[in-house]
Design a protein around this ligand. Sequence first.
Ligand SMILES: Cc1ncc(COP(=O)(O)O)c(C=O)c1O
Length: 381
Amino acid sequence: MNRIPVMRPTIGREEADAAAEAIASGWVAQGPRVREFERAFAERVGSGDAIALSSCTAALHIALELVGAGPGDDVIVPSLSFIATANAVRCVGANPVFADVELETQNLSVASVGERLTPRTKAVILVHQAGVPAEVEAMHDFLDPLGIAIVEDAACAIGSTYRSAPVGTHSGHIAFSFHPRKLLTTGEGGMLAVACGDSARRGRRLREHGMSVGTAERSDAGEVIVESYLEPGFNYRMTDIQAAVGLVQLERLEGIVARRRERAQRYQELLAAIPGLRTIADPPYGTTNFQSFWVLLPDECPASPVDVLGQLLDAGVSGRRGIMAAHLEPAYAHHPHGPLPVTEKLATRSLILPLHDELDDAAQDRVVDVLGAAVTSGAIG
Ligand SMILES: Cc1ncc(COP(=O)(O)O)c(C=O)c1O
C-alpha cells in the first residue's frame, strides 16, 4: 500500500528547465530573474512592490526592522503559529507578547489583541493561519489610530483572498513563504510585499548587508560604481535559480488553488458525517487556499491527535499534529504570557490531513474512513 503523503509540491519539468536555464546563464545568485519574480509577484498579489528573500522568517525580520520595532518594544503575536512568527520578534530584540486566537479561523481577533496591548506595543504580527485570511481591515481600524503597525504573516496564504482581493494588498508589510509545505515553492524562499517605495528601498538594502546598490544593478550600470554600506544588514538574498522556479510556480498558482479548494470541499462534505468534528473553512469575508487542512477533534473523543495520527499511519496515511503553540515549546517555556485557552485547545486537539494535487478520491476516502473509525470508536492506537 502506497503511503499517502501529507503534502506534495506541484512542481515538475518546467521548473527544472527554468532552473537549468538560470544556471546556464551564469546568474546563479541574486540577479535579473529575482527582479522579474518580484515584479510578477507584486502584480499577482496587488502590492506596490515586493522584495524576494531567503525565507519568510527573513521577510518577517526585515518587516519588523522597517516598522521600527526593537529592544524595549512589545510585538503581539499569536502563540498558535509556526515558531518562526515569535522568533522573528526576537531577531529585532523586541518582546513577543502572545495573544489568543479564534476557534473558527485560528487567527487573532481585535478583542484578543486588545487584551494584550501595553504602552510598549509597537506592532502586531497578524498571521493568516493555514491560509485562512485574518480580519485585517478590522485590525487596521483598531490599531491604525493607536499608531501600532501591522505586519501580516501570510507565510501560508498565497492565493487566499480577503474581501475579494488577494491577501497581500491590505497592509504595508506582508511576508510570504515558499517552503515546500506552501502552495508556491522555490525550495526555500520568501517574499516581502510592501506598499511604499521607502520600504522597498530600505528592505532591499537590508537584504544585502546595507549595500547602497544591488549586485544586478551594479553589473548593468555600464560604469564603475563603488558601493558603500549605509547601515548594518543581513544576507537574506534569494538566488536566480530559485526565482526561475518561482516564476513558473506563479503561472501555476491559480490551478493549484482551484484544485486544493475542490479537494477541500470534498473533505468537508465527507467529514460532515463525523459528529462534532470541526474542519477548516472559509470565513464569511474571504477564501482560503487550504494550505493545511486541519480538523479539531470533538470534545467527547477520547483519542488524542497522536493516537489518531498513529492509526492513520498504520493505514498508510501521513498526517501531522495541528498548528503548534510556541508557548508550549521548551524554547518559550519560561516566557511570561496570559491565559491562552483557545490556543491550547487547538494545539492539543487538532491535526492536519493530507491535501495535495495528487490526492484522488480513493485516497481521500481512505483518510476519512480511518479518521471516522478513530474518532467514533475512540480506540487508542
Ligand atoms: C505562519 C508561518 N510563519 C512563518 C513561517 C516561516 O516560513 P519560512 O520557513 O519560509 O521561514 C511559517 C512556515 O511554516 C509559517 O507557517
